[in-house]
Design a protein around this ligand. Sequence first.
Ligand code: UDP
Ligand code: MG
Length: 329
Amino acid sequence: MKLSIVVPCYNEEEAVPVFLSAVTPILERTGLDYEIVFVDDGSKDSTVKVVTGMSAIYPETRLVELSRNFGKEAAMTAGFTYASGDAIIPMDVDLQDPPELIPEMVQKWQEGAKVVHAVRRSRETDSWLKRSTAGAFYRLMEDITDVKIPSNCGDYRLMDRAVVNAILSFPERNRFMKGIMAAAGFKATQVEYDRPERAAGHTKFNFWKLWNFALDGITGFSTVPLRVWTYIGGIIALFSFAYAFWIVTKTMIWGVVTPGFATLTSVVLFLGGVQLIGIGVLGEYIGRIVAETKRRPLFLVGALHGFDERGAGPSVVHLETAAAARGTF
Ligand code: UDP
Ligand code: MG
């Protein structure tokens, strides 16, 4: 049995050595064969040099070097494509996913679980803002999607080979991994942990990235935002009928009263705003349809390091062929 750890890295030169020295002894203790597949997500610092340098000390280190920054989700998919283990664990390089959980996860996997989620006991280490926005996001997701997306776990989980192959068979470019995991199903269990602060370096996510991440999640797994406009329009139309009726009645009783500039302006502006929001929602979906129909590769590999026993791989991996190609390069 072999375990693959998949580690996406973006400008993480400081964190890589700390990560390896913390994770390797724990992996050794599991008694399983293992490999650590780093994915360099187009780092601008010397992450690649650090990882390849460290492979002299840690021979089980592999590196998939992407041609540019594709984002964490695509980087993880690249890692899954090249990892050869019977079980795969994606981990952040900053040790916020505590490696001490690995033996417990492996044990649950050996007992038959196909997925072992690492679930956060609390979100105390997050800021108040991140906590409350995340809470609102997951409540909304719960209301408008059919899939059940767990709110307090990240990407840290153990997945059986069967699950990884299933994930790779999802053809969409939008890799909202939590949604894909939920849509894939499989027998899951969980282990609990407290999320520590980042060990080295600083966070790569800003408000804008998280906002787009949330939009990807919603548009990828729900059509409620598209359909809700029928009802909003219906309600507004109903109100306008009632209002028209009121105006007619008023005019018949008291005659014509011309003032009404303020009412008119606010109604026109309100409706204009509502229509623009509706068009904006359409735009969010259409933009994603464009991205999906182009069917561009999800990631491009610049170079592979440490995979020599399987020869040099293709530098372009289309997701459709990824599952089939695995093992043959
Ligand atoms: N990451 C990546 N590509 C990106 C952004 C982040 O591969 O475009 C990696 C990053 O190197 C780290 C993981 O994703 O290993 C989580 O990032 P970070 O710790 O910055 O996120 P946070 O824990 O603050 O949510
Ligand atoms: Mg982090």
